[in-house]
Design a protein around this ligand. Structure first.
Ligand SMILES: [Cu+2]
Length: 250
């Protein structure tokens, strides 16, 4: 019995530390707590200050066509908006991020009628505001941003991207996505979304060539997504092109 208990708690620990996600955000000195899938959902669901869409498991999404790829599961709308300005950095804060290989992409999408509360995240036009990939070395053993970002000791992992200059004022979804590629032919997707309100006097928006749907942007037909990073001819490559549309800088 003692053995079983010890084994069970080891498995639980591994399960908790096996994956992670964006748990909160910082803008300048201001900290915006997000949804915690580890804590009681009842007060979180009612919290008027909550800017992050609901997610209840830190397990990855495996299918690029899963509707939850948009804003995780269940992806219920948030109640609050994080105020931002064009050109301002926003930092996504993760805990216990342990994976090291694969791209990380930050996205935004305008909410129709400026109401993110009624927005279906799978039907909006997403554009990239920043992305991080392989920074040095080879696909298998080199340094990815995801690798330098990962922390095994529970200290926060920080990922900062900037709101595009000139972005039209209004309400948007922001989506932070980590794609982990350590399992051959089995990509793992970890998305979290928040509601943001962009102020300022910007009037610009990205053109069609920057826009995509999620799900829709990724597919198992893409060699950068359906990849075996250990395969000869792939493992030693020093370039990994992040698929999808180009980043819109404003
Ligand atoms: Cu994981």
């Amino acid at each position: 019995m003692l053995h079983i208990l010890a084994l069970t708690s080891t498995l639980l620990l591994q399960r908790v530390t096996a994956h992670g996600g964006c748990l909160n955000y910082t803008v300048g000195d201001i900290w915006y707590p997000g949804y915690s899938p580890y804590d009681d959902p009842i007060p979180q669901d009612a919290a008027p200050w909550m800017p992050q869409r609901k997610w209840v498991t830190n397990d990855p999404i495996f299918s690029p066509t899963n509707i939850s790829l948009a804003c995780n599961a269940p992806g219920d709308p948030a109640r609050a908006y994080i105020p931002l300005l064009p050109g301002q950095p926003i930092t996504a804060v993760y805990m216990y991020w342990v994976h090291t290989v694969g791209p990380m992409i930050a996205w935004m999408a305008r909410c129709p009628s400026d109401d993110c509360h009624t927005t279906d995240a799978s039907r909006v036009s997403w554009f990239k505001i920043g992305q991080r990939g392989l920074e040095s070395g080879t696909i298998e053993t080199g340094t990815w941003f995801q690798g330098s970002f990962s922390r095994w000791d529970g200290s926060p992992s920080l990922w900062t991207e900037t709101v595009p200059e000139g972005l039209q004022k209004g309400r948007y979804l922001i989506r932070h996505e980590i794609v982990s590629l350590h399992s051959a032919g089995k990509p793992q997707f970890y998305p979290q979304c928040a509601h943001v309100e962009v102020g300022g006097e910007g009037v610009e928006s990205p053109g069609e060539e920057y826009l995509t749907r999620i799900p829709g942007v990724w597919s198992m037909d893409q060699p950068e997504i359906n990849i075996d990073i250990y395969a000869p001819g792939i493992a030693n490559r020093t370039v990994y092109n992040i698929p999808g549309p180009p980043v819109w800088k404003g």
